[in-house]
Design a protein around this ligand. Structure first.
Ligand code: F6P
Length: 805
């Protein structure tokens, strides 16, 4: 239907133009041909008149009308000559043939013949009127007269009697005399005028024929043009539709036609391809604006992004830590735990939104009991939003890869927290082998050759390149959850080149801050032969290009339903104080961390001790609760750290404790998210004093928990979060005095200031939530995939392969 309408759009104007042309051209052609024929008749008439001239003069001289009549009748044998008349020079009709129209005299014959169109319409049809002079040739006459005079005979002119009326005869004699006079002067004399009437009906017939041929020709030409137009319109329409559709899909210019046609369509669409794309981007922006400000990143919006920009492609997450751990409780029942992990806090809501598969180390003692034959279990329990694929590690593998290389090597290497990294060859071998095992699992789990693989953290620095080798078209997004040090610090790693090369197998490499991106790029610059484009923040190494970008990670902002399930702040304050045996009016500070030396727990305790020294008024009125989830306790460094923290806690409690008052409560056990949330809501301040932290999500969780807009956040300037959360009391944890002062300031901060700071912090975290983090990465991945698809097409196109275009 569409094509018929398009063809009509071409055809109707064409038909109109053909008809108009015929209508305009035919009369013109008609006139021209008639003029040609008239001119033709004039020349024919001149020839006839010329031929008759001498005989007419002779007959006139001899005054022989019969001779004239015969002469004229002979001439009339030419089928086109219709009638002949002879006029005297003064306009009288001297002789005419039978068909000569009675109404035509010499004067109107002269008038008609001198017109542009010398036509006379008679009852039998149109005739062409022409007049030609009859000339008496002087030489001939002079010679004859001379001869007569010499012979003593009268001249023809003087002796003959003309058959016409006396005046005619007299006129002829006069004419002869005049001729004689003229002869004497040797000049030709016009003795009469022949009126030749040509039959025009044959011209009419010819003109009709011409018109018919012309109409036929225009019709045939029109038909051929119409056919060509229809075919071209049909082909062009198909090509344009395909091309525009491809443009709309953002795939470039394609056509289902042959190679030549592809090139033609491609060339035609190229001028507006950029405009169209720009317009689409405008529409997309407009759509985004309509969807709400950046603050409105949600699970739904992330899902929509996945379905539109990433066309619902499969998402595979790889991390060491699993989001759900199945363990045996003391009574033998299987319980499910959420690990204390910033990574899990951030990525789990994203996976709930995106579905897909999460590959992780099955570390729970009941993990094997709940998986299916393919080592998969649907999680979250009861919701089954996505698949958790567990990978089992031997004790040796875990020792070498996780405890050894990842946590004794890379962790202190990247955190630069004054703990020496340890690099063992055997750990490195285990690290490589486990990375390969996880990479193989990714390949096995992917349903297509181009899945979206979200690689998490420093446990898998080699995995991106390993996956890239098997799935060259995969979109690999690696997020490095810990800091990246400067090149000098990183340079002490014996396998620095291998690690960098492994990471550069990623399509996108994300860090929390620009500063970490800069450190990474400088490290690559120092140790690899790679091309770095600082303007676009890309690194080209061997065949691959990697975008290095900052994506500050965050948390899922609590939903209204979640908030409704919380106990009120006064209830939480009362419950926590009761549980810990604290007076209700005590000022409560909390710290929630894994038991890790990077978290600055010792520095925090030192600051608490200093506060109580500097401001003894806080003794019995200030309590610090430190939740420290056991972590990596197989490592010596962690065990000694825990011991040091315990010793310091003891010391402070001994120094400042009173009967019924213990200034520091160290809770060295795992707390689930509900318990942590209750602590946050019960506290007057939250202390985050990391010595170095990629982001630190505890600070964000504290803010999210305080819908009463109260409470103060004390935040280390060495945590990535300090860049976004500027309304916190930002401290240098190495500076005990400064941190102690911050504790005092927080404890004495007026409610209005707390509210102002907290409201602003909450707005930031709400807007920069984890869906935005994932959304930005996936949007960049979508763009990258689109670019890769277009590049591949263009490459194929250049090589003349139009398949799939
Ligand atoms: O802080 C970086 C990080 O990878 C977090 O994402 C995570 O909370 C932790 O380190 C890893 O802890 P674990 O070794 O217990 O998995």
């Amino acid at each position: 239907m569409q094509t018929i309408r398009l063809q009509l759009r071409f055809l109707l104007p064409l038909i109109f133009v053909v008809i108009a042309t015929a209508w305009l051209v035919l009369p013109v052609v008609d006139r021209i041909t008639l003029r040609w024929f008239a001119r033709d008749l004039d020349s024919r008439g001149a020839v006839v008149a010329n031929a008759l001239s001498d005989s007419v003069v002779e007959a006139m001289r001899a005054n022989r009308p019969h001779q004239l009549e015969k002469l004229f009748d002979r001439a009339l044998q030419d089928e086109r000559l219709f009638a002949i008349g002879l006029c005297s020079p003064d306009g009288r009709m001297l002789q005419r043939t039978a068909a000569f129209p009675g109404e035509l005299n010499c004067f109107n014959a002269l008038e008609i013949s001198s017109k542009r169109d010398p036509r006379l319409l008679l009852s039998g049809g149109p005739v062409h009127v022409a007049m030609h002079d009859v000339i008496d040739q002087p030489h001939a006459v002079a010679a004859a007269d001379a001869a007569s005079e010499v012979a003593g005979e009268p001249t023809a002119a003087s002796a003959s009697t003309f058959m016409g009326p006396p005046e005619y005869s007299g006129m002829a004699v006069a004419a002869a005399r005049a001729a004689s006079e003229a002869m004497a002067q040797t000049a030709p004399v016009t003795v009469g005028r022949l009126v030749l009437l040509h039959d025009l009906s044959f011209i009419e017939k010819r003109s009709q024929d011409t018109r018919r041929y012309l109409v036929g020709l225009i019709a045939v030409l029109g038909l051929v043009m119409a056919l060509i137009t229809m075919v071209v319109a049909q082909l062009s329409w198909r090509g344009w539709v395909s091309g525009v559709r491809a443009l709309l899909r953002g795939e470039g210019i394609i056509s289902p036609m042959g190679g030549g046609a592809v090139a033609a369509v491609a060339t035609e669409l190229r001028p507006f391809a950029a405009d169209l794309r720009e317009r689409l981007r405008d529409l997309e922006d407009e759509y985004r604006r309509m969807q709400g400000p950046e603050a409105d990143w949600s699970a739904d919006r992330l899902r929509a992004l996945l379905m539109t920009q990433l066309r619902g492609d499969q998402v595979i997450v790889v991390s060491n830590r699993e989001p759900y751990i199945h363990e045996h409780a003391k009574d033998g029942h299987i319980i499910v735990k959420r690990p204390a992990s910033g990574l899990v806090t951030a990525v789990e809501p994203v996976m709930r939104a995106c579905s897909g598969t999460w590959i992780a180390h099955g570390s729970g003692d009941a993990d094997r009991e709940v998986v299916d034959a393919n080592d998969r279990v649907a999680v979250p329990p009861g919701h089954d939003d996505y698949q958790l694929r567990r990978l089992w590690l031997t004790a040796e593998e875990e020792q070498g890869y996780y405890f050894g290389f990842a946590n004794e090597g890379l962790w202190p290497l990247c955190h630069v927290a004054h703990v020496r990294p340890v690099f063992r060859e055997s750990d490195w071998e285990a690290y490589k082998a486990v990375n390969q095992r996880f990479a193989d699992a990714v390949v096995a789990e992917s349903r297509s050759d181009d899945p979206i693989v979200l690689v998490q953290d420093y446990h898998f620095a080699l995995l991106p390149a390993m996956v890239r080798e098997k799935l060259p078209n995969a979109t690999i997004l690696t997020f490095w959850h810990i800091p990246w040090p400067n090149p000098e610090s990183f340079g002490i790693c014996p396998w620095r080149r291998e690690i960098l090369q492994g990471m550069l197998g990623s399509t996108i490499l994300g860090f929390h801050t620009r500063f970490h991106c800069k450190n990474f790029i400088e490290t690559v610059d120092r140790f690899l032969e790679a091309r770095i484009e600082h303007e676009h923040s890309t690194i080209s190494f061997q065949e691959d290009e990697t975008l290095v970008e900052a994506y500050p990670i965050s948390i899922e902002w609590p939903s209204d339903a979640t908030i409704a399930s919380w106990s009120s702040v006064p209830e939480a304050r009362r419950a926590v104080r009761e549980r810990l045996g604290l007076p209700q009016e005590v000022t409560l500070a909390v710290g929630i961390d894994r038991f890790d030396y990077t978290k600055g727990i010792l520095e925090r305790l030192n600051a608490v001790e200093r506060l109580l020294e500097k401001h003894p008024e806080w003794i019995e009125r200030f309590v610090f609760v430190q939740v420290a989830a056991p972590t990596r306790s197989a490592l010596e460094e962690y065990r000694t750290f825990q011991e040091r923290v315990e010793r310091l806690t003891l010391r402070i409690n001994e120094r400042f404790g009173r009967p019924g008052y213990q200034p520091v409560h160290l809770l060295a056990q795992h707390h689930d998210s509900a318990a942590v949330n209750e602590l946050f809501r019960a506290a007057d301040m939250c202390i985050v004093t990391s010595l170095h932290d990629g982001m630190n999500l505890v600070s964000k969780e504290f803010v999210a928990a305080r819908d009463d807009e109260r409470g103060v956040l004390i935040l280390s300037r060495f945590a990535g979060a300090a860049r976004e959360m500027t309304e916190a009391l930002v401290v240098n944890p190495y500076h005990v005095e400064e941190t102690a002062d911050a504790l005092h300031r927080a404890a004495t901060m007026p409610a209005a200031e707390q509210r102002a700071r907290m409201a602003s912090l909450r707005a930031t975290v709400r807007e920069f939530n984890v869906f935005r983090w994932a959304g930005r990465m996936l949007t960049d991945a979508g763009r990258w995939r689109l670019k890769a698809r277009v590049d591949a097409r263009v490459a194929r196109f250049r090589h003349g392969d139009t398949r799939g275009l």
